[in-house]
Design a binder for this molecule. Structure first.
Ligand code: 4NP
Length: 171
């Protein structure tokens, strides 16, 4: 059965679509494309149906990533294993997204929710929910902030995909 990864930020137009594109590329590189699906959502609904932010798209394109995106909102029902948008692994971009995802889930669902950067080997040992694992929101920033976000996501994605076979076998 397919292993489902959902990346989550606030608006689903900057960080989580970028994370989705980078993880999908690394999953393809690892030869896992037929066993893993990656998608994204926001904890808020302001950008439902919209394309990703032009700065996120430009940063991805310049680094060789593809993305076809329509904004979605993560709602509590997605934590139900029978829901079509249920994810085996739900990756929060920052500590605020993490807290929102945990608040809307019953305790048995919590083990699926982690922070994206908890998979960066250089940050091992920092607990989920700790702001030191935040991917900073680039929405009010400039192009360099998007480039910095991409570098963080690339480090975390490499660590994540190295751990994927183990995660998939423990599901
Ligand atoms: P994201 O960034 O959570 O990385 O997609 C944001 C996008 C939009 C807004 C905030 C953050 N906004 O306020 O509309």
């Amino acid at each position: 059965m397919t292993y489902r990864i959902t990346t989550v930020c606030l608006g689903n137009i900057c960080r989580s679509p970028m994370a989705e594109a980078v993880i999908r590329a690394r999953v393809n590189d690892a030869g896992l494309a037929d066993r893993v699906v990656v998608n994204s959502a926001g904890t808020d609904g302001w950008h439902i149906g919209e394309d990703a932010d032009p700065r996120a798209l430009a940063t991805l394109r310049d680094a060789g990533y593809d993305l076809d995106h329509r904004g979605r909102q993560f709602v509590a029902a997605w934590h139900d294993p029978d829901h079509p948008n249920y994810g085996d692994l739900v990756l929060a971009m920052d500590s605020r997204n993490f807290a929102t995802l945990i608040e809307m889930a019953d305790e048995p669902a919590h083990h699926r929710v982690h922070m994206m950067r908890s998979f960066d080997p250089a940050l091992a040992g920092i607990p989920d929910g700790d702001p030191r694992l935040d991917v900073p929101d680039p929405w009010y920033g400039g192009m360099q902030d998007f480039v910095d976000v991409l570098a963080m996501l690339e480090r975390a994605s490499a660590g994540l995909v190295a751990q994927l076979p183990g995660l998939m076998s423990r599901r």
